[in-house]
Ligand binder design. Structure first.
Ligand code: ASP
Length: 335
């Protein structure tokens, strides 16, 4: 087992203890955490499609591309891949057969940009970045977001692939809304980056829950819900049932717990448990899955979910690009 892996395992077991951004900044001891603080850059992304996204982001970072551009390029891979049915082109549509997209991006200065309920644009993350750069706002939605994208030179195109249209036609036969937990080709891509200079940034892009109501917006474009970071502390992002993440301000809470001294693992675990407890008697419990990924300034990272099956892709210099399993609140045998 490499030192890196041993370290991650130790952190996951909670034996590293309260390794905070503050303890890092001021640490003089030769603790494992402090040593590992030198490991940059680091890129982590949700789900298996995170591997291809990490690869691209990593290549860009190594070329000296700024982190936000690396994120746009990285998550742009699943966005443009018609076989990834939960993001961008080829994403499963809403119940009216429309592919509607949500995305957001955030940088080290807490500047952010977001689009929601955007149709006809393959790379919503790139539009979100333009919102950050070229508007006085944080979030544009629907028709306004589309008009803005067109004014920025994006091209409108049909994002509903034959495969997704077929799946939608099959769904309308029964029209039963029951999000599927951990299906293949599933879910939002959220990416968190700790760059060479030790600065944090992140992005999040999705076609949202399949068969959602027309006009539904999930957690992914909402800063604080689907994504949040504070460059003094850490970064977190979510995937899963967006309604549950919005109700609990999920990603912002994970970052706040890291600010208070929790490791990424401890912070993700506590918020997942909070979400689970708040939904125990809720109608959504039957299909409730939420997963978080988080990193801190030390380069520690973690993933934690309600149900088993969630994993995330991690890329660093020491071990390259690989999948890491997330720990789950509900054990595998009870899922
Ligand atoms: N969080 C996304 C949403 O609710 C979907 C997902 O990650 O599965 O729109």
């Amino acid at each position: 087992m490499s030192n890196r892996r041993k370290f991650i395992k130790k952190a996951a077991l909670g034996t590293v203890g309260a390794s905070t951004a503050f303890s890092y900044a001021t640490a003089k001891s030769k603790s494992v955490t402090t040593k590992k603080a030198q490991k940059k850059p680091l890129v982590i992304s949700t789900w298996r499609h995170g591997l291809a996204a990490n690869d691209e982001a990593w290549t860009q970072l190594k070329k000296g591309t700024p982190a936000l551009d690396a994120i746009v390029a990285g998550v742009g891979i699943p966005e443009g891949d018609p076989e990834v049915r939960s993001v961008g082109y080829g994403g499963l549509p809403d119940r009216e057969g429309k592919v509607t997209l949500d995305a957001c991006i955030m940088d080290q200065n807490s500047d952010c940009g977001s689009v929601s309920f955007l149709q006809g644009i393959k790379h919503p993350i790139a539009v979100a970045k333009k919102v950050l750069e070229n508007t006085p706002h944080v979030m544009l939605t629907g028709e306004g977001a589309l008009q803005f994208a067109l004014s920025e030179g994006f091209t409108e195109e049909d994002l509903l692939t034959e495969k997704s249209e077929k799946a939608w036609k099959k769904w309308i036969e029964k029209s039963k809304y029951k999000p599927v937990i951990n299906i293949e080709n599933h879910d939002t891509i959220s990416m968190l980056v700790l760059d060479e200079d030790g600065n944090l940034s992140g992005g999040c892009t999705t076609s949202g829950a399949a068969w959602k109501m027309h006009g539904r917006v999930g957690d992914s474009p909402i800063i604080g819900a689907g994504l949040f970071l504070d460059n003094e502390v850490g970064a977190a992002a979510a995937t899963g049932l967006g309604e549950a993440v919005i109700r609990t301000a999920g990603s912002a809470m994970v970052v706040e717990l890291m600010r208070q001294g929790k490791s990424p693992f401890e912070a993700c675990k506590e918020i997942v448990e909070r979400i689970y407890n708040k939904h125990k008697n809720h109608k959504d419990m039957e299909y409730l899955q939420v997963g978080f990924i988080a990193i801190n300034k030390n380069g520690e990272h973690a993933g934690y979910s309600i149900r088993p099956g969630f994993n995330y892709a991690v890329c660093d210099d020491e071990e390259g690009n690989r999948m890491e399993p997330a720990t789950s609140k509900i054990p595998k045998k009870n899922k």
